[in-house]
Design a protein around this ligand. Sequence first.
Ligand code: MN
Length: 258
Amino acid sequence: MSDQGTVSGVDFHCHLDLYPDHAAAIAEAEAARIYTLAVTTTPKAWPRNHRLTQDTRYVRAALGLHPQLVAERPDDLALWQRYLPETRYVGEVGLDAGPRHYKSLPAQTAAFRTVLECCAKAGEKILTVHSVRAASAVLDLIQAHLPPSRAVVVMHWFTGSKSEANRALELGCYFSVNAEMANSDRGTTLLATLPIDRVLSETDGPFTKTDGRPARPSDVSTAVEVIARVQGISFEAATMAIEGNLRRLLSSGTTSDS
Ligand code: MN
């Protein structure tokens, strides 16, 4: 990001390639000057995501291997490894121990462990991590296989406990927060305790809604409003904190921000 001063928002987790018109979704985020991390769910989507974001100033593509898809795509891990040198951004990766995916947890764990080991070996990576009903297991793997000096980990839509959040903070993790996370008392309570200097905003579009339709990066101010309200700070203060966090995160461990 060569022009951080002109960013008008941060959407650190959005599936731009799942909108009806992928290129138009990128163009819209770019025109709105929303720094957008365009996550993917399979490395098969990487070449197109990479190509479409090669010249964008605000949109970055991330190389993903979604835990919900790992079991049905056994060839994806090797492909993911092949593309890793092409990007600094990794995700969506992680574990999902929800009822529909619990059975594939051994395969998910093996794949996520390899992802972390490869990122540790490569260095200077930024990861957006899924941890549904698996926060402790995710943190165990990060602690064992990805030293904080080798990468920055952002916990996406974190729903773990307060003590798990504290553990993630100790491991240096950030948290990307969307508007729907405050829909439960538990989520609101957790959000209130996160230090603002570790918080980023996200939409997780198209999986969250704004005004009844899939959220887009330009809707990310709804997440910032939630963060400000729950933290008891102004919208402007939350915006400034998030942009400062983005700058710090992007500059960690490297002199280049591409
Ligand atoms: Mn997602």
